[in-house]
Design a protein around this ligand. Sequence first.
Ligand SMILES: [Zn+2]
Length: 214
Amino acid sequence: MRKTILALVAHNDDQVIGAGGTLAKYAKMGKKVRTIIFSFGEGSHPHLKREVIVRARVQESLKADKIMGGNGIAYLGLKEGHFYEEFKSKKTLKKILDIVKEENPELILTHSLDDPHPDHQAVYNLVYDLWKRKKIQCDVFSFEIWNPLRIRKRNVPKLIVDISDTFETKIKAVMAHKSQKVAIGALFWNIWLKAKWYGLKTGYKYAEIFHRIY
Ligand SMILES: [Zn+2]
């Protein structure tokens, strides 16, 4: 049976930025790649009508998913900045656990404990809680956070993925998020520099790094 890799993220480009090269690589290897996006990312354009943004952002993320060879995205539609309140609704938890049960993933990739973004933190905390309570039983790894002033010095098992062959795919998938153009200009260099730097550290042309949650 095809093994599934599941990405759990807050916003619709987080999985591309955090793990795009890795997801594309797994898809290329024949694994099934699925994504759960907690919000619709409507907070990105507060001056536009909600439905307009939601539609655009959903289309963009589906396009990016296709570019990476993914097998679809589930949107939870939670309100940004209010994830913890939304988690109290049993529907949200059930949706996530139903997908986990259905896919029985071998690996889950999600946000990091060190991520300062409140929505990212909320997703991490929820996944961590489910993992701690053994509702999630597979390996869970979090995206590497680019933090030169690393506060926590932890010796956690790392997953290092050589993305030299899929780095270009990752960039294409990032570029599919056209409504985020302004942010993406600066982001491109950040993504390139990170992939290059992690590559230098690990002996590959480009790499992505993940940390096991514990
Ligand atoms: Zn995000």
